[in-house]
Write a protein that binds this ligand. Structure first.
Ligand SMILES: *[C@@H]1O[C@H](CO)[C@@H](O)[C@H](O)[C@H]1NC(C)=O
Ligand SMILES: *[C@@H]1O[C@H](CO)[C@@H](O)[C@H](O)[C@H]1NC(C)=O
Ligand SMILES: *[C@@H]1O[C@H](CO)[C@@H](O)[C@H](O)[C@H]1NC(C)=O
Length: 306
């Protein structure tokens, strides 16, 4: 996920002006060569931490768990007025006016409010997601970044438990996903580096993601871009968002200071001593027979997304 502590609170300022600041502050990392992920730790020591993201989720070793239900508030509300900005690392959508969606329950302690959403992708459709499942990459991954309302937008990125990222993987579909029509059009207007635009009535968060959110993996990790702070509860949904090849391709048209942003995914990081949990609220009495159920999980995962 892309978020810089110093940049996160900027949304209240006139954002075009702000983008200059944002750019100046955040342009010192990239995905190639001397600016690439293997060098981030030289300037940002937290990127060398032991609980980094993204990870490869191995379904045979996840721990089945039964959390309370996740509650999604305002996810069905029409996003009447949002901004879309190309910050040179990704495209970021923020809500300019109207009620902010919130989430609580599940693995979360507290109430989290929408901060922004953005995407990660790759040069071709075989690669691009940050998190992987059983070594499988997806063409695109959406991160909905939510901050703990107990800490506030400014402080949440610096405090453990401060952020949750709702992560949605995409799968290729032969058809255009029409819920993305407006968004895709918006993308074309921010191809230029540091450009920004507003969009009206782009649909709801439900439209842009999926409403099948009862099955997910969850783990404790970090921002996937500098400063790589280890403050994020990751919720990786099993149900993917279908997008066509052409729609995924629209993201690769985004410009950086060095040409097109063909890829912006960080390589997977070691899990170390962490545990990955798996919640399937559709399950009833599978808890007694985990081993055979787990053997089926990878297959089910593919099934549910086809
Ligand atoms: C969108 O929100 C911004 C910031 O609150 C405001 O200046 C602008 O007038 C709004 N636009 C629309 C169309 O509501
Ligand atoms: C997709 O991109 C990756 C990373 O650059 C590369 O290794 C792979 O060969 C490419 N695959 C295809 C089918 O082009
Ligand atoms: C979740 O549990 C239900 C009911 O047991 C099952 O039908 C479904 O396939 C499971 N989903 C996954 C992704 O394991």
């Amino acid at each position: 996920m892309v978020l810089l502590a110093g940049c996160f609170g900027c949304e209240f300022v006139v954002f075009v002006f702000l983008l200059r600041l944002f750019g100046a502050q955040c342009q010192d990392f990239g995905y190639e060569g001397a600016e690439g992920p293997s060098h981030w730790g030289e300037k940002y020591s937290q990127c060398l931490g032991k609980h980094q993201s993204p990870i490869d989720i191995e379904t045979h070793s996840v721990i089945w768990i039964n959390y309370p239900e996740l509650h999604f508030e305002q996810f069905g509300a029409l996003l009447r007025n949002v901004s879309l900005e190309n910050n040179g690392h990704t495209v970021v959508m923020k809500i300019l006016s109207g009620e902010k969606p919130r989430i609580h329950g599940g693995p979360l302690k507290g109430v989290y409010e929408f901060g922004q959403l953005h995407f990660h992708w790759g040069p071709n459709d075989t690669i691009g997601s940050e998190n992987q499942i059983d070594h499988h990459s997806f063409p695109l991954e959406m991160h909905v970044v939510m901050f703990n309302t107990a800490y506030g937008l400014e402080n949440a990125p610096k405090i453990a438990g401060g952020l949750t990222v709702l992560s949605f993987l995409t799968s290729l579909s032969p058809l255009n996903n029409h819920q993305y029509d407006k968004f895709e059009n918006g993308l074309h207007h921010v191809e230029q580096l540091l450009s920004a635009n507003t969009m009206q009535n782009v649909g709801s968060l439900d439209d842009l993601t999926t409403t099948q959110r009862r099955t997910y993996f969850t783990y404790e990790g970090s921002l996937t871009t500098p400063p790589c702070s280890e403050v994020v509860t990751w919720i990786e949904f099993v149900k993917t968002i279908p997008l066509s090849k052409a729609q995924v391709n629209s993201f690769r048209m985004i410009d950086t200071k060095k040409g097109r942003l063909t890829h912006n995914y960080r390589p997977i990081q070691p899990i170390n001593d962490r545990r990955i949990f798996y919640q399937n609220s559709s399950q009833s009495n599978l808890q007694g027979s985990l081993a055979p159920a787990m053997a089926l999980l990878a297959a089910l995962f593919l099934l549910i997304n086809t």
